[in-house]
Design a binder for this molecule. Structure first.
Ligand code: HPA
Ligand code: ZN
Length: 324
């Protein structure tokens, strides 16, 4: 089964590039940028990763990314992920980045996206992994800052396929960003947003994302099972969910494998992804292995999960078809 999963052509649709910053690279970038970190080794960095919910994870995630300063830093970050992706037979990835996590500490938008873009181009040419960028807004910042970021992105529009929404969901519902999403749609961006697992208002947030904002897909979104009507809306529209089993196990009480099973049985286009693999210790291959071990999935079911992912990618139809 391990070999089958390793050989399966994969597609990753829920991956925060800042969440791929491995401890060794974190130390190297700190050294390169003349920053003092309170850790002497990669093991020490990892030993400090203590989280059991979304806010405790996010604190460590934002602290970690402060070593990212220059265009080559962002290039090296993305290239390291894309090399790992190629090793795991990931053929295509849609990659989130969090510009406000960098602009808010003085790193220009252009520095961030130029480094990421250069890595994507090199990876396609040298590794055969294709990827596109999704710009995420931080939902615990004001909507005005998201709008300013959206406007700042417009000169780079050709490099960004869509927008997302992440960070701390508590008290930050989708409708807070209704105007930002409307403008993003007008600009030609495709739309997704996080509706994280087991939040205070998960089902209402999913309803807002699907019905009020009209997103093209939902990130996480497993709590949709609480409302049969919404499941039917998603089925009718052929919408996908980007689920992240290992991540779920860190920020909630379980991987939510049974929920994923139910969604698969209902015919929802569920996909399996890694979220923040450097923090949750599992890339997409390990996520598929963990889910398979929990649900005893057959090879055909694993292949179907990858077909779901290729089907809901934001690629032109003819490119999508070349993967299916
Ligand atoms: N949820 C919300 N914000 C995030 C996540 C996540 O899973 N990963 C990185 N930022
Ligand atoms: Zn995420």
């Amino acid at each position: 089964m391990k070999d089958f999963i390793a050989g399966l052509p994969k597609c990753e649709l829920h991956l925060h590039i800042e969440g791929t910053l491995e401890p060794a690279l974190k130390l190297e970038l700190a050294r390169r940028n003349g920053l003092e970190l309170p850790y002497a080794s990669a093991d020490e960095v990892r030993a400090a990763y203590a989280f059991d919910d979304l806010p405790s994870f996010l604190r460590i995630y934002y602290e970690g990314m402060q070593v990212l300063r220059t265009e080559p830093d962002f290039y090296d970050l993305a290239m390291a992920y894309l090399r790992k992706a190629a090793e795991q037979n990931v053929r295509y990835a849609e990659i989130f980045f969090d510009p406000q996590a960098h602009t808010s500490r003085g790193v220009p938008f252009g520095v961030v996206i130029s480094g990421l873009r250069r890595a994507l181009m090199d990876a396609e040419a040298r590794l055969g992994v294709r990827a596109q960028l999704i710009m995420c807004f931080l939902r615990d910042f004001q909507a005005e800052y998201a709008m300013a970021t959206l406007l700042e992105s417009l000169p780079y529009k050709e490099w960004i396929v869509g927008v997302g929404l992440d960070s701390d969901e508590k008290g930050n519902p989708p409708v807070k960003f209704a105007a930002v999403y409307e403008r993003a749609r007008q600009e030609g961006y495709l739309l997704t947003m996080h509706c994280d697992v087991d939040q205070d208002d998960s089902i209402e947030h999913i309803r807002q994302a699907v019905e009020d904002i009209g997103v093209n897909r939902v990130d996480h979104g497993i709590n949709i099972l609480e409302d049969q009507r919404l499941v039917e809306v998603v089925l009718e529209r052929g919408m996908g969910l980007t689920c992240c089993p290992i991540s779920n196990g860190y920020v909630t009480d379980s991987m939510k494998a049974e929920g994923i099973r139910k969604l698969m049985d209902l015919g929802v286009r569920v996909t399996i992804n890694s979220d923040d693999p450097a923090y949750f210790a599992g890339y997409v291959g390990e996520n598929l292995e963990a889910l398979q071990a929990s649900l005893q999935l057959a090879p055909e079911e694993l292949a179907q999960l990858e077909r779901n992912a290729f089907e809901i990618t934001w690629l032109p139809r003819h490119v999508k078809d070349s993967y299916l």
